[in-house]
Design a protein around this ligand. Structure first.
Ligand code: GDP
Ligand code: IMO
Ligand code: MG
Length: 443
């Protein structure tokens, strides 16, 4: 059996969706295990561009079974929009998508509560969430008393249970000063009717995924776990409190999916050849200058979920070494190499200066990270387009020197290089063979 994970090593949007779609045909199952519609994973298939939020990025391959497991939080309205949008384009999720009955629901009150999170200044700035109700839903999951799960939709107690929670939420949000229009949205009658319509539309896809996945492991199936967000946004290990509310690093796979660690043997750590971040929080290598603007433009760095401009900066080898170790990464995938082709000179952060001292680890406190001054190594740009490169030996020497330096600094070999959004714009190095991933034939 091979359990392979695709994990983002920065602050999200590392192009996990592209890789998962590309690798999916080599697997029997693709599994989303944390996060929710805060994720925006782009898959480019020929002229078609798919932006997936809830649905695993293996969905374009009818022979691959896609699972949404207990650790994911689901907004049924946006999930149904996504399923219906895909159906209009000929992708029928009902055939190969199974949703865990244990997954928690993002309810309309969670969306209203997320506005309060974003209106709160924490350590000098707003978290800048995706406004998808993610934090409030996970908060209710851990709190238990107001949580609603997929399985509640298909129980005879559904209307009663949801009605009671809705009433309590109207009171709670009213006391918090929520505007009347938000309270109207969560009126108990309205929510009970909404839940009934969700159940009608989703019941065929809701079921057990935990035994299903364990059976697959024991039957020697090949399983690809699709991380959402990036490890620096991990609730326990990221740049807290400027993080998401789930374990988005490699350590989250087991708990979210419901698989013991023994079934995981490969971890592909995905990073951009530079860094981006969307939302608030410290970002030591951020470029608030013309070079940052250029990278944003060249890389089309605007959020897949919210459309917000992404903050751009140089590759941070200190942060990626940390997240790669934490996630158990066996190979790196270095994406967006084409974007750097246009720059005269590149910088890589090899250490930080914190309060006058050189350090080579990411501090734990957001205020300390904010005070970190990057110590850079400068590497000449290669100034040659690489979009059409299809094998390692076609890369300019300067590009390979950049890759080699990143491998040395992070301490892990690069198995995949990406030179554009298209499936074909991907190069597998010799190190990929050890990962048991093969380059695919012409797309
Ligand atoms: P994800 O959330 O990790 O799946 O990443 P997103 O889909 O949010 O953002 C990655 C963006 O980069 C998408 O628009 C991809 O189509 C695009 N992309 C993927 N790989 C490459 C690449 O190598 N070069 C360029 N220029 N774009 C890429
Ligand atoms: P994918 O899977 C980039 C960021 C938000 C915010 C913080 C908390 O596409 O890589 P949340 O809504 O989760 O409470 O927001 O996390 N964030 C992401 N940034 N890519 C994502 O997902 C993200 N999901 C959340 O911008 O800073
Ligand atoms: Mg994204």
């Amino acid at each position: 059996m091979s359990g392979t994970c695709v994990i983002g090593l920065q602050w999200g949007d590392e192009a996990k969706g592209k890789l998962v779609d590309l690798l999916a045909p080599q697997f029997d199952l693709v599994v989303r295990y944390q996060g929710g519609a805060n994720a925006g994973h782009t898959v480019v298939a020929g002229d078609e561009v798919y932006k997936l939020h809830h649905i695993p990025s293996g969905i374009l391959h009818p022979e691959v079974q896609n699972l949404i497991t207990p650790g994911v939080v689901i907004n049924p309205t946006t999930m149904l929009d996504e399923i219906n949008g895909l159906a209009k384009r000929g992708v029928i999720c009902q055939d190969n998508l199974r949703i865990s009955e244990r997954a928690h629901l993002v309810m309309p009150w969670h969306m209203a509560e997320d506005k309060f999170i974003n209106a709160t200044v924490v350590r000098g700035e707003s978290i800048g969430t995706t406004n998808r109700g993610i934090g409030p839903c996970y908060r209710d999951k851990v709190g238990r008393t107001h949580a609603i799960r997929m399985t509640d939709l298909v129980q005879s107690t559904r209307d009663e249970r949801i009605g009671i929670v809705a009433e309590q939420k109207v009171t709670l949000l009213g006391n918090m000063g929520a505007p009347q229009e938000d309270l109207d949205e969560i009126a108990p009658d309205k929510i009970v009717a909404l839940a009934a319509s969700w159940a009608d539309q989703l019941h065929g896809m809701i079921g057990d995924t935990t035994d299903f996945l364990l059976d697959a492991c024991e039957a020697d199936k090949r399983i690809l776990f699709e991380g959402a967000q990036g490890a620096l946004l991990d609730i326990d290990h990221g740049t807290f409190p400027f993080v998401t509310s789930s374990n988005s690093s490699g350590v989250g796979v087991c708990a979210g999916a419901g698989v013991p660690p023994r079934w995981i043997n490969q971890v592909l750590g995905v990073c951009k050849a530079y860094s981006t971040r969307v939302g608030g929080g410290p970002f030591p290598t951020e470029l608030e200058d013309e070079t940052g603007d250029r990278i944003r433009k060249l890389g089309n760095e605007f959020g897949t979920t919210t459309g917000r401009p992404r903050r751009c900066g140089w590759f941070d080898a200190v942060a990626v070494r940390y997240t790669a170790r934490l996630s158990g990464v066996t190979r790196l995938a270095l994406m967006m190499m084409d974007v750097l082709s246009h720059l005269d000179e590149l910088k890589v952060c090899v250490a930080y200066e914190l309060d006058g001292e050189r350090i080579e680890r990411l501090p734990s406190h957001a205020d300390q990270i904010r005070r970190c001054l990057p110590i850079y190594e400068t590497i000449p740009g290669w100034k040659q387009p690489v979009d059409d490169v299809r094998s390692v030996d076609e890369f300019p020497a300067g590009a390979l020197a950049y890759v080699k330096r990143i491998e040395e600094l992070v301490g892990i070999p690069v198995g995949v290089l990406s030179v554009g959004p298209d499936r074909a714009q991907t190069v597998f190095t010799d190190a990929a063979a050890e990962l048991s991933l093969q380059p695919l034939g012409p797309q």
